[in-house]
Design a protein. Sequence first.
Length: 157
Amino acid sequence: MPPSVRRVVEAAARKGVVVEIVETEGSRSAEDAASALGTVVGRIVKSLVFMGRESARPVLLLVSGSNRVDEAAVAVGLGEPIRRATAEEVREATGFAIGGVSPFGRPENLRILMDEDLFAHPTVWAAAGTPRHVFEIVPLALRSAVSARVLRVASKT
């Protein structure tokens, strides 16, 4: 098990969550991940990092794979405009590379917003530290374990 995946498993366990890691062939998109897992794209959690334009503080958005981020809506929820983080900012903010950003195993002070549309599914699939590793979790358990604030973070595509 790669060190980044082990970090996710251990961090989840500290929050009282047992995750079963599934290794895939990797994916470049939520659509690829859904296909590899035999599920619908809406059940894929896209972990996207944005930066506050005024505060320069990172925020992790957990977005349904079928949605696109509505930056204006997120700005209202955060109280400041946002911009997409660079690859370097993503790694600095989360400890993961793009494609493997997990809601578990990242710095505790990272703000997290969760797309309300994820709650339309009994379970969702999130990255587990690499683009090849994922885990399945009940959305409410994910929200509770990572202290995410739920709001409409996305617009329908």
